[in-house]
Write a new protein. Structure first.
Lengths: 386, 631
């Protein structure tokens, strides 16, 4: 690694192979599932905009902004598909440092709620680079692990992957963004596991992390983060404070019943009982308005999307593609389980968005980049696997 | 899996496949777990939570009714409702961590002591979900500011309330009372009657006595509210509020002002600590004027009195929060001789012409009971004895009656029991008899106590109103009326709910001749010069003075004293007729005047009331000095 390797043969392949041959390998299902999920996210954004009394067609409305981000995401998705993913291996290190640079920039000029430095304004839009950092780190780790696929039994490689993650992790924690740092850890674990790293060392590492919990509690976690964890363990201890969101979101979910109250008819969120009803708790609003049916639809869409993601990885004939798919899969699974788990009271409150559903341009663009790269991997295999 | 001939750069692929499968299974397990929880939340326990979601956002809220107005007997508005802004806190919406900040901000915005705000929140009579009243009568600008800052002030709400406005200020405070925030104990009792934790309730006077009528009944509406407790919309009106009834008092504002003027003058001229003046119509029991000083400003209460101001009133030794006319009892002194004299005449212990020898003092055991002039008045009849207020005369009459008959006649004149006036806090006074002495001290009445009881000293006490009512009965020929302060109750539609009826407590069991004799005696009090130049006034007045000793002797062996003058004005100047329509009592508590300041106070009132051209007040009698030395 570290040496710039141009791969002219591949470029030539791209130029000479018939377009149809590529597109036969394009996974149309993956695109459709992603689009359906994004559509649901837009619907929730519409509902939240209408309910708060804002005209959805107002240029500053969350809905219109979401629509615009979706448009950009589709373009980014297609662009990433056309882009030959093999160049990513070449540019892995520059990507790594660009990633660190953007995160450092967020810390310096970023703004955010409650003193956090997360958002950077790009024109009228705000962008959260820690979302993009997830994808960029997946690229970097995929390259790193693919290059060392034959040495995955060694502790050195595993520790190397961890050390590679540390600077990003520290920069994210400094924002502070507990949610993203947890997702990064989840991605790392998932990629190590799926790439076939030694279970012995992975187990030892997991043991070490658990042993670190008391230290993290005392020295790393901030008071509000501790408060959230405590109120998760006992929501009734502070129903108006940190436990409030938990209690209210469960009430919202339950109020949905089988068929839900209908789009824009949610009462809990509309009346501000859900403090962040269109962000981290968007699933609560969805479950209240679309009911059990809607929630299960979301689960099913995620399952089939994940199936396509993992298939893309399995199909990939080069190591990079497989490990990259493992990273995207880990990201989706981790965020799905932790976000929904939080909303329905199975997990503590952490600021982890639900992919596609939680409003947020950076999250959507990052997913488009990741899934676009997967499509790029799909269409650039020498032939289909099945 | 891998077709032959294709170079597979993926060694260890089998292990990886296993990992992918394990990952997939873990994913399915996790999503199944999430689904199971969704089934529980949305399908199994959905009903309970849906209820919770609804109760979260809908809220039953009282619609206040318009409190009834209060007028004087001539229809002059005494109490109005003014719309005003109130600031309230719903403690459940105020996170504890932000409380100090919110209290500090409110205290600077409302210019209130933070301690008062904290006391209000902690003294919250309702639950944490109920509003607590913090301030009322808040200026519009401040109210708007607080309403706009609702995000920075969680739990704080601004509402429009009707506040009581007492148009005459402190003039009627002791009678009207005031409204104030309901306290926890009262709320507990009245919750079923629809009282709210942030409610105002009559706390004294007529506002308290007629609370039920004035309040009307609150309506109920279901509103939808958001998480910060702010109202979104009214979903339904479950019951309409019914406005309270209005009251017309028996009081006459003009007479009240005249009484206040006379009292103010006496208070100032004699540096009095407290004084009472009451006027009544003896033919009906209607109270025409009632002044008790020191008093308070009921508007201060209506706008929300600060704790410091309230404590100052509460700890004032002269008890401004108590209406002294009905709420405190004092020895009657010589005014009580009406009871002794009337009783002796009715029991035929005396005839109007019976002469009784008076003395410088009478001796009972080793104790000497002196006449007030230390000389006696010779052999005199009841009229003369009353006119000169001879103590030794009435000591002997009391001995003739005995303590039991004396107590009987006292009760006949209304002493020893509340008059039943429609004001809160009335006390009963004391009429000592054998049973009372046994119950209170566990011993029999001593002979000395029995004679002292005949001149309104010793254990005898009554309220100024009781004394006035006894003389009103004298003036009307022996009917004891229940004094009334509210003349008429009018419904919100203008219909008369309760018209005025005089209420007769009882007829005093004495022949009319007894009252005629005693009225002549009362007139002679004035004409004999006992009340100095009152006889020179252009109106005819009859009455009785009293100097009632109380408390502990000073270094010279003298007791402090209260001054009384209770009088009535015969309608056509003829005391033989029971036709008086005006009886008054003046009372100066713990006076240190050389003369009877109460008589001068009453004289001044009558002069103003009847428009006398010449001012006959005797300022030298109002001076502070030794009453005993002056006589």
């Amino acid at each position: 690694m570290g040496v710039l390797k141009a791969e002219p043969a591949k470029v030539q392949d791209w130029a000479t192979t018939a377009v149809g041959a590529y597109w036969r390998a394009y996974d149309i299902q993956l695109a459709i599932y992603a689009l359906l999920l994004a559509g649901l996210g837009l619907a929730m954004s519409y509902s939240s905009t209408v309910v708060t009394g804002v005209n959805p067609l107002d240029p500053s409305s969350n809905f219109l902004r979401g629509l615009m981000w979706s448009g950009i995401a589709v373009i980014v998705f297609m662009a990433a598909t056309f882009f030959d993913y093999k160049w990513l291996k070449t540019f892995a290190w520059p990507i790594y440092f660009v990633n660190l640079g953007l995160l450092a920039l967020s810390l310096v000029i970023g703004t955010g709620i409650g003193g956090a430095a997360r958002w950077i304004a790009i024109g009228p839009l705000q962008f959260q680079f820690s979302e993009l950092a997830k994808i960029l780190m997946i690229v970097v780790l995929a390259n790193y692990l693919a290059e060392r696929h034959d040495r995955l039994g060694s502790l050195r490689v595993i520790l190397g992957a961890c050390i590679l993650m540390v600077p990003t992790w520290v920069l994210v924690m400094l924002q502070p963004d507990l949610g993203t740092s947890l997702v990064l850890a989840g991605i790392l674990a998932g990629m190590l596991f799926l790439s076939g790293a030694s279970m012995k060392w992975l187990g030892a590492l997991a043991g070490l992390v658990i042993a670190m919990v008391p230290i993290a509690w005392n020295y790393i976690l901030r008071d509000y983060q501790k408060q959230r964890l405590l109120s998760f363990l006992n929501p009734a201890s502070d129903p108006q404070g940190a436990g409030y969101q938990l209690t209210q979101s469960q009430i919202a979910v339950s109020a949905g019943g089988l068929f839900g109250r209908g789009l824009t008819n949610g009462t809990q969120d509309a009346l501000a009982f859900l403090p962040v009803g269109d962000t981290d708790f968007a699933f609560a609003r969805l479950a209240e308005e679309l009911g059990f049916i809607g929630a299960v639809l979301v689960f099913v869409l995620f399952l089939v999307l994940l199936w396509r993601v993992l298939m893309a990885g399995y199909r990939s004939q080069d190591r990079f593609g497989t490990v990259f798919a493992a990273g995207i899969g880990s990201l989706l699974v981790f965020q799905l389980v932790v976000n929904v788990g939080m909303v329905i009271g199975l997990m503590p409150v952490t600021g982890i968005p639900l992919p596609f559903i939680t409003r947020g341009g950076a999250s959507l663009i990052s997913l488009a980049v990741g899934l676009g790269i997967l499509q790029s991997i799909n269409i650039r295999q020498s032939r289909a696997e099945w | 899996m891998v077709a032959p001939g294709i170079v597979d750069e993926r060694p260890g692929r089998e292990r990886q496949l296993v990992r992918f499968i394990v990952f997939g299974i873990a994913l399915l397990v996790a999503v199944s777990g999430l689904t199971a929880r969704m089934v529980y939340l949305q399908l199994v326990s959905g009903q309970t939570y849906q209820q919770l979601a609804v109760s979260n956002s809908t809220f039953q809220q009282a619609i206040p009714s318009t409190r009834g107005l209060i007028y004087d007997r001539n229809g002059l508005l005494l109490v109005a409702n003014l719309p005003s802004y109130s600031v309230k806190i719903r403690p459940s919406d105020l996170p504890f961590s932000q409380r100090a900040m919110v209290v500090a901000q409110l205290s600077s915005l409302l210019k209130m002591d933070p301690a008062d705000i904290n006391t209000a929140i902690d003294g919250n009579p309702g639950s944490n979900f109920d509003l607590v009243r913090i301030a009322q009568g808040v200026p519009v600008a401040t109210a708007n500011l607080i309403a706009e800052e609702h995000l920075a002030l969680p739990g704080v709400e601004v509402s429009v309330d009707a506040l009581r406005h007492y148009t005459e200020g402190p003039l009627f405070s002791e009678v009207l009372g005031y409204t104030g925030a309901i306290d926890a104990a009262t709320l507990k009792q009245l919750k079923s009657a629809g009282y709210q934790p942030d409610d105002l309730i009559g706390r004294a006077g007529v506002e308290d006595q007629y609370e039920t009528q004035l309040r009307g009944s609150y309506g109920m509406e279901t509103i939808q509210r958001d998480a910060t407790g702010r109202q979104i919309q009214v979903l339904s009106t479950d019951s309409q509020p019914v406005a309270g009834d209005s009251l017309t008092l028996t009081l006459d504002t003009k007479m009240q002002q005249q009484a206040q003027t006379a009292v103010n003058w006496a208070m100032k001229a004699s540096k009095l600590k407290s004084a009472v003046f009451i006027a009544i119509n003896p033919q009906t029991g209607e109270i025409l004027a009632m002044v008790s000083t020191p008093t308070y400003d009921d508007n201060q209460f209506a706008q929300g009195i600060s704790n410091a101001q309230f404590q100052a009133l509460l700890n004032n030794p002269d008890k401004p929060l108590i209406n002294h006319a009905v709420g405190m009892q004092f020895p009657e002194g010589s005014t009580y001789k009406l009871v002794t004299g009337s009783g002796a005449l009715a029991d035929k212990k005396l005839t109007p012409t019976t002469l009784v020898q008076t003395h410088p003092y009478i001796q009972i055991g080793r104790d000497k009971y002196w006449d007030w002039n230390k000389r006696g008045f010779g052999a005199i009849n009841i009229v003369s004895g009353f006119a000169h207020s001879s103590d030794t005369f009435f000591y002997q009459v009391a001995q003739m009656l005995g303590i039991q008959r004396l107590a009987y006649w006292a009760r006949q004149f209304g002493f020893g029991a509340p008059t039943g006036i429609d004001l809160p806090g009335e006390v009963a006074g004391i009429v000592p008899d054998e049973k009372w002495k046994q119950d209170t001290f566990g011993q029999a009445i001593l002979p000395g106590e029995a004679v002292q009881a005949g001149i309104g000293q010793g254990f005898d006490t009554s309220t100024p109103l009781q004394l006035l009512n006894a003389y009103a009965a004298l003036a009307n020929g022996g009917t004891l009326y229940q004094p009334q302060i509210v003349r008429q109750i009018t419904g919100p539609d203008g219909s008369v709910v309760r018209p005025f009826h005089p209420i007769v407590l009882h007829k005093i069991a004495a022949p009319a001749s007894v009252f005629t004799t005693m009225r002549r005696a009362a007139r002679m009090v004035v004409t004999s010069g006992h009340t100095w130049n009152l006889r020179n006034e252009p109106f005819v007045v009859a009455g009785k003075t009293g100097t009632a000793e109380f408390g502990v002797k000073d270094a010279q062996g003298r007791l402090p004293y209260h001054n009384w003058f209770v009088a009535f004005v015969p309608l056509h100047g003829d005391v033989s007729k029971p036709d008086s329509q005006l009886a008054v009592v003046g009372f100066n508590e713990d006076a240190n005047t050389v003369g009877n300041s109460a008589t001068e106070m009453v004289k001044y009132f009558l002069q103003i009331h009847f428009g006398a051209k010449h001012d006959l007040r005797m300022f030298n009698l109002m001076k502070i000095g030794d009453f005993y030395g002056g006589n």
